[in-house]
Design a protein around this ligand. Structure first.
Ligand code: IPM
Ligand code: MG
Length: 357
């Protein structure tokens, strides 16, 4: 039996998570899975109800659960709040509080969706890249930070900081993932300018000595961005710091032309994890039954694979999604000319049907 904390969050989070819950219910019914769901609050929804984007209650429940499924947080409604009350603080807070340091962001091109990419087919067809992003350190959390008055004018500061142990543990994650894939890790830094990156590179080299079956290479982040759009298939696993990973993972996601398809995992050292779609809360389309629920459904698949030890069921979800695409069904964001456009709810139902057929 596993207990899963469901955090729908804001915007389209609510409707896409509802589709993932249908998939979980189906697995419970048909595969003797006993996944118990508990609902919780995070982000703007949490602020509206409790006055905090990251209520203590949420963290208390999270610690009792085996896994977390998150929709998305944020929206214009909360943008004018002071920083500590904004929905994003909830997301950063839960990552940090639960030490979810290893963020896996796959960029996979579904053959059925090749034409959705803005890049030429031959550059992206067959793309299967894993970005491993450090998620609880670096400039996102480093001290000192803030805006102050210095020499009579405003002065802003953030600090890119890493202990070697923080670099080593994300290095181990990346190398272990590469062992199960094609055995190549590319570490991305800015070691030609930043001391913290020099340390990053040294530690990656040291960690790599424990993985003789994995080949390590290095790129500066500017070059990595260029290589991602020039020839993304050269990469297997890319490991990088929090900020660089934030930027590069959006770029990689867009290579597939369908950010609405990509799940992610954020794991701690015991593979406890929070699973969420890579895309955001898309407030402009919330409540219209047009959002793509597939990234959230595929997040359930990642959860089964990485935290719940149910690789076979994960496989079943992946095939069900693929079947639905084969049948020509698309949500609006990934629809070409001759496709059958369906809404959020119907897409959820189609995946359940494919899963049960
Ligand atoms: C992401 C998002 C977050 C981040 C924001 C919403 C705080 O962009 O998960 O990539 O910067 O990490
Ligand atoms: Mg981002």
């Amino acid at each position: 039996m596993s207990k899963i904390l469901i955090l729908p969050g804001d915007g389209i989070g609510i409707e896409i998570v509802a589709q993932a819950v249908k998939v979980i219910d189906s697995l419970n019914r048909n595969h003797a899975m006993e996944m118990t769901l508990v609902n919780g609050l995070l982000g703007g929804a949490a602020y509206d109800e409790t006055g905090s984007p990251f209520p203590d209650e949420t963290i208390r429940i999270a610690k009792e659960c085996d896994s977390i499924l998150l929709g998305a947080v944020g929206g214009p409604k909360w943008e004018s709040l002071e920083r500590s009350l904004r929905p994003e603080r909830g997301l950063l807070g839960i990552r940090s509080e639960l030490e979810l340091f290893s963020n896996l962001r796959p960029a996979i091109l579904y053959p059925q969706l090749a034409s959705a990419s803005s890049l030429k087919n031959e550059i992206v067809s067959g793309l299967d890249l894993m970005i491993v992003r450090e998620l609880v350190g670096g400039i996102y959390f480093g001290e000192p930070r803030g805006v102050e008055i210095k020499n009579g004018e405003r002065f802003g500061v953030n600090s890119a900081t890493y202990y070697e142990s923080e670099i080593a543990r994300i290095g181990h994650s990346a190398f272990q993932i590469a062992q199960k894939r094609n055995g190549r890790v590319c570490s991305v830094d800015k070691a030609n300018v930043l001391e913290v990156s020099e340390l990053w590179r040294d530690v990656m080299e040291e960690v790599s000595k424990e993985y003789s079956d994995v080949k390590l290479s290095h790129l500066y982040v500017d070059n990595a961005a260029m290589q991602l759009v020039r020839d993304p298939k050269q990469f297997d696993v890319m490991v990088t710091s929090n900020l660089f990973g934030d930027v590069l993972s959006d770029c990689a996601a867009m290579l597939t032309g369908s950010i609405g398809m990509l799940p992610s995992a954020s794991l701690d050292k015991n593979n406890f994890g929070m699973y969420e779609p890579i895309h955001g809360s898309a407030p402009d389309i919330a409540g219209k039954d047009i959002a793509n629920p597939l990234a959230t459904i595929l997040s359930v698949s990642m959860m089964l694979r990485y935290s719940l030890n149910q690789a076979e069921l994960a496989e079943k979800i992946d095939s069900a999604v693929s079947d639905v695409l084969d049948q020509g069904y698309r949500t609006k964001d990934i629809a070409g000319d001759s496709q059958k456009v369906v809404g959020t709810e119907e897409m959820g139902d189609l995946v359940v049907k494919a899963l049960e057929s």
